[in-house]
Design a protein around this ligand. Structure first.
Ligand code: SAJ
Length: 407
């Protein structure tokens, strides 16, 4: 029996490879011809720890990549679910289109498993009607499931195997069958629940983290005004057995934590005061970093913004993913204020995506006086010697020597 994985991005590809490694017959489909071509030629499309090895194993097990959808019995949909900038609501267009393409070819009784993160109620509101339009009976002709992923970029392969997961299904029987499928590679607990609870719990998980980070960021601002060490305070508070405050930083990026809470705000605008405030605090952090850069420039009489270098374009450490990254958010703010010329470097980002981006670390350092650490890549942790003589704004608290400015 073939499993057709639809969408071969950050989630779909590693998931497809894990299934293939476990010995199942896997076909990965994506409408992006270049991506399919690259995978078919044995070239990965993004960097991730352990992915190359897993890719080779999956290839030996006969994984195939194509732009077509397969006629089969099991589909896993992992397409993007962006949000609409103004309304902050989820845009389900890619999921709807994938579901329709599947309905065109699937076998009777097929299981359609949606892994993409969706806002609570999306399946009832947008997916069921697409199926019913075709006079299919849900539960007989098609089985609908939601199995949200939980893996963190940078540690995806390990987490695919070791994180527990949730399967939302209309019927317990089908839910249990799909649980058996995932148990081929997932060694942790798999909980079967209803579809709405699965949708909601996924968004709640990421919102919880967003709120916790917002608290840390707010503490950082409070501590800044009265010259207290926020890291020391969080470390001390976390000694309490029931306290676990996350770390402040230059902002929250990525396609998950900075996006999912908006689904709740968009759908329940009158009920999401805390969630909205947390979002605003985290979105305000790039501006706070700008303020800190201005403080340091003033203190040292530096007037030329091109003497400032931002280290890190990715949204977090040791990944090449730049979606919603705090550095990009900061550059956007600077553009609004007509402040151009700041220099940028990220060892993971090998194509030029912004102005004044350097491809060589030492060239970058030679051009700047103030180094702003936006991302705590291992690369900079291993190169502390090279940056010692700079003025440093360390937004990630990774500098091992005294004298660096903090958030
Ligand atoms: N961040 C902080 N302080 C912290 C931790 C993170 O400022 O203490 C920032 C990071 O620098 C980054 C952003 O938050 O900009 C998000 O990074 P992350 O590592 O916390 O999370 P993601 O977006 O890479 O992955 C999250 C995970 N969700 C949770 O931890 C609840 C992951 O398990 C999900 O699978 C993923 O979202 C997703 O796909 O939804």
């Amino acid at each position: 029996m073939t499993i057709n994985i639809v969408g071969l991005g950050y989630i779909g590809l590693p998931t497809a490879l894990m299934f293939a490694k476990s010995g199942l017959k896997i076909v990965g489909s994506d409408y992006n011809t270049n991506l399919v071509k690259s995978l078919t030629e044995g070239k990965l499309t993004f960097e991730e720890k352990g992915l190359e090895k897993l890719f080779q194993e999956a290839i030996s097990n006969g994984i195939e990549f194509t732009t077509d959808y397969q006629k089969t019995h099991t589909y896993i949909v992992a397409v993007p679910t962006p949000y609409i900038k103004n309304s902050k609501k989820l845009d389900p267009k890619y999921v709807i289109s994938a579901v329709n393409s599947i309905l065109d070819v699937c076998e009777k009784g097929a299981a359609l498993i949606i892994e993409s993160t969706i806002s609570p109620g999306t399946i009832d509101k947008y997916i069921r009607p697409e199926i019913e339009k075709r006079d299919y009976v849900i539960g007989e002709d098609i089985h609908l499931l939601h199995a949200p992923e939980r893996i963190i970029p940078g540690n995806m392969i390990y987490e695919l195997e070791h994180n527990s997961r949730t399967i939302g299904a209309d019927s317990l029987e089908i839910g249990e069958k799909v649980k058996g499928l995932y148990a081929n590679f997932c060694k942790a607990e798999i909980i079967v629940t209803d579809i709405r609870s699965a949708e909601m719990s996924k968004v709640v998980e990421n919102t919880y983290r967003d709120i916790n980070i917002a608290f840390a960021n707010e503490l950082a601002k409070i501590c800044r005004t009265d010259n207290m060490d926020v890291y020391e305070i969080i470390k001390t508070a976390n000694m309490h057995p029931r306290v676990n405050i996350l770390q402040p930083g230059p902002g929250v990026g990525g396609h998950c934590i900075s996006v999912d809470p908006w689904f709740l705000v968009g759908d329940y605008p009158d009920l999401t005061n805390l969630i909205l405030t947390a979002r605003k605090i985290n979105d305000s952090m790039p501006r706070h970093v700008l303020g800190r850069i201005r403080d340091i420039m003033r203190e040292h009489g530096i007037k030329d913004i091109s003497k400032v270098g931002l280290y890190g374009l990715a949204y977090k450490e040791n990944v090449d993913d730049t979606r919603e990254s705090p550095t990009l958010q900061l550059l956007e703010r600077m553009d609004e204020h007509l402040a151009f010329g700041v220099k940028i470097y990220d060892p993971f980002v090998k194509t030029r995506i912004v102005d004044h981006q350097f491809m060589n670390f030492e060239d970058f350092l030679n051009e700047i006086e103030i180094l702003v650490i936006m991302v705590g890549h291992d690369h900079i942790k291993n190169n502390m010697e090279l940056i010692k003589d700079k003025l440093i704004l360390d937004t990630k608290n990774i500098c091992v020597f005294d004298g660096a400015y903090k958030l």
